[in-house]
Structures are given as C-alpha cells and as structure tokens.
Design a protein around this ligand. Structure first.
Ligand SMILES: C[S@@+](CC[C@H](N)C(=O)[O-])C[C@H]1O[C@@H](n2cnc3c(N)ncnc32)[C@H](O)[C@@H]1O
Length: 278
C-alpha cells in the first residue's frame, strides 16, 4: 500500500484521477465518462484519495473539481475522436488515460520525468497496461518538439495536442512559448486545452473555488495563469493557431447532465478551448 504522506510527484494528478474515478460512483447518469484505470490507481493508496470524494461528494470544492475534471476530459476525448487524427500528444498527462482510451491514434504522454516514473510504477502495481509512449519534458522549457520526434512523432503529419489541467501551472509567458513551440506542428494539427478566467470574469462560485485551491496548505503546484477570452484568442492568433471554440465549461456538458447532478453546481471559471493550426 502507498501512503498519501509519501512525497507525491504531482498531488494534482492524483486528485484529478480521484475525481474521474468518483464520477461513476457518486454522480448520476448521464455520466460523461467511466474511468476504471483511475479507480485502480487510487486503490493503491491507503487512505485512498477517492475516499475524500466518496465521503464529501457534495462539498463544493470537491464537486467542482470533479465536474471540471470529467468535463474537460470528455470534451477533449470527443474532439480527438471527431478529428480523426492519427497522432495525439497529451501534455501534462499526469495519471490520465481517459482522454485517449478509445482512440485509434498513436499517443504520446508528456509530463515531468518524475511524474512519468511514478505513473509507470503505479500502472505496474495496479496491473494496468498503457499503450501511450512516455515523453519526459519540462513544458516550461524549450525542446518539446525535439523530444517528441525522438520518441517517434512524425512531424510531417498533423497532430492532436491536448493539455488539460496544465495552462494554469505555467506562467503566461511560458504558455505563450509553449504555443509557439506547438505552432511548428503541421497545418491541420488541432489543440485542445482548458484555461482559467481572470478573477473579475469568474462568478462567485468560481472565485470561491479558486480561493480554496490557492490557499491549500503545502501547495507546491500553484496556479500561475488566468486569462480573459481576448488574451486567449490573441495568444493563439499570434502563434499561428486559429480559434475554433472557446466555451464555458458549463456549456460543454449537456443540460441533462446538470439537471441530474445538482451537486455539481456549474461555476464560471474554466474555459475549454479548441484551435487548429492554420
Ligand atoms: C492537474 S494535473 C492534470 C493531469 C491530467 N491532465 C488530468 O487531467 O488528470 C497537472 C499535470 O501537469 C503536469 N505539469 C505541470 N507543469 C508541468 C511542466 N512544467 N512540465 C511538464 N508537466 C507539467 C503535472 O506534473 C501534472 O501531471
């Protein structure tokens, strides 16, 4: 058994996995995804990070984290499927497999080396196999494309790039530099990510959620970026990406989902963005 007191290479990746695993257990149909891998990974820990979600499933911060996590994953998964692209790069993948679970694309998962080593250890211990190719990279630094090509990415063919729960952990400048690196991908490539609205554009629930997350004690993965929709559009345009969708998280889930799950009160904080390489 692993302990939550052990140093976690990414506590936020484990919290996200717990949120996806809990969705099937505490939320009502229509659910947005079923992630049995996440449940198996959480079960390696005692107490399980899932226990908090199960015990306090309607607590606003846990419920909001759960909604955000499953909505962003299902949004990206749908776009990846609809794109028909044969190559997928998942930036800041953490412990997630749900985004690419049913894709025919070849997948590369990118994260810090220590997170990928932890991911591999947990998957082995849980008896899970993962067909994605791990690529160790600091996404706040240059060199991403070289690492991906070294891991077998064909840069002459378009790529679906997904970055979920990532942009807020990079500074605005690091996000711009990452977009510029990704703009070297061929025309027809697609990009899907989530981003946090600036404080003045968030609603009260969004501001309360942000305050709770940023005040978490011992938080060594602080949020560093919040954007206005105009800043998102400008940043994409400047680096050669054409914005297709920039929608509120609440719009990315069907109304039946919200009606069946009043505990997942929608907040105005997270934007889901889709752009194509022009
Ligand atoms: C909130 S978790 C999200 C994980 C996963 N995308 C999910 O939805 O479950 C953030 C992930 O981004 C990764 N990350 C943050 N900053 C990074 C950086 N500079 N380079 C590489 N990965 C980074 C973390 O290691 C972590 O796995």
């Amino acid at each position: 058994m692993k302990s939550l007191n052990d140093a976690l290479p990414s506590a936020t990746a484990l919290i996200s996995a717990a949120a996806r695993a809990a969705h099937a257990l505490v939320d009502n149909s229509p659910r947005l995804l079923l992630d049995s891998d996440a449940g198996a990974l959480c079960a390696l820990y005692e107490p399980s990070p899932l226990d908090f979600q199960l015990a306090y499933s309607s607590e606003p911060v846990l419920a909001a984290a759960r909604a955000s996590t499953v909505i962003r994953s299902s949004f990206a998964r749908r776009l990846l499927h609809d794109s028909g692209l044969k190559q997928c790069v998942y930036l800041g993948a953490g412990l997630d497999t749900s985004v690419y679970a049913d894709t025919a694309a070849k997948v590369w998962v990118v994260d810090r080396g220590e997170v990928l080593a932890w991911r591999e250890e947990l998957f082995t211990d849980a008896g899970l196999t993962d067909f994605a190719v791990p690529v160790s990279a600091d996404l706040a630094a240059p060199g991403l494309l070289g690492s991906l090509i070294g891991a077998g990415l064909d840069r002459s063919q378009p790529v679906g790039v997904i970055g979920l729960g990532l942009s807020m952990y990079l500074t605005p400048q690091q996000n711009r530099e990452l977009l510029a690196q990704l703009a070297e991908l061929p025309i027809g490539s697609e990009l899907v990510f989530d981003a946090l609205l600036s404080t003045e554009l968030a609603d009260e629930a969004g501001r309360a959620y942000a305050a709770a997350i940023t005040s978490r004690s011992g938080n060594n993965e602080p949020w560093q970026s919040r954007f206005t929709p105009q800043e998102l559009a400008d940043g994409l345009g400047e680096s050669g990406w054409l914005l297709q969708h920039d929608i509120a998280e609440s719009e990315a889930a069907p109304s039946a989902f919200w009606a069946a799950n009043p505990q997942l009160n929608p907040m105005r904080l997270v934007r889901l963005v889709h752009a194509v390489r022009r």
